[in-house]
Design a protein. Structure first.
Length: 150
């Protein structure tokens, strides 16, 4: 419950550098996606670009369904022991973000979405995003990670 209290206490208003990065990403990602789509359209043609966008979306939905069943089984096992499934909940949010990125047309978002289906990348990204909010001690206990500093 400690992490819920800390997440409530630290709002996005106190994390000004994160807000600036998010604004920059919000403006730059569509420009890069459009540039890459036009570039690939020039080399391969429109039907190939359209087919690759649809194939990535369909493959992302299938991967999400497959990982969701695995995650549901692990969450049920943790709940049956009487604990709250913190890890599984964070991974479910990351998988939902991965599915949303794969449904978004573009090659950069597809690459990031496919990387989020890789468990090691997903856990490192969860740690990178939530560590400034929740603190290092939370993740040391949660993932049994040795501290980075002596």
């Amino acid at each position: 419950m400690r992490w819920l209290y800390l997440a409530y206490r630290w709002s996005w208003l106190t994390l000004t550098p994160w807000r600036n990065w998010m604004l920059c990403l919000f403006c730059m990602v569509p420009l890069v996606e459009i540039y890459l789509l036009v570039l690939v359209y020039g080399f391969l043609g429109g039907w190939t670009v359209l087919g690759s966008v649809f194939a990535a979306a369909i493959l992302g939905a299938c991967l999400f369904t497959w990982h969701r069943y695995d995650l549901d089984g692990r969450a049920a096992a943790v709940v049956s022991t009487g604990e709250f499934p913190n890890d599984e909940l964070m991974e479910a949010i990351a998988l939902a973000v991965a599915c949303a990125l794969l449904l978004t047309p573009g090659y950069v978002t597809d690459a990031i979405g496919f990387m989020l289906f890789w468990p090691k990348f997903r856990l490192r990204l969860i740690r990178f995003v939530l560590e400034p909010v929740l603190g290092l001690d939370f993740f040391d206990e949660l993932y049994d990670i040795e501290p980075r500093h002596p």
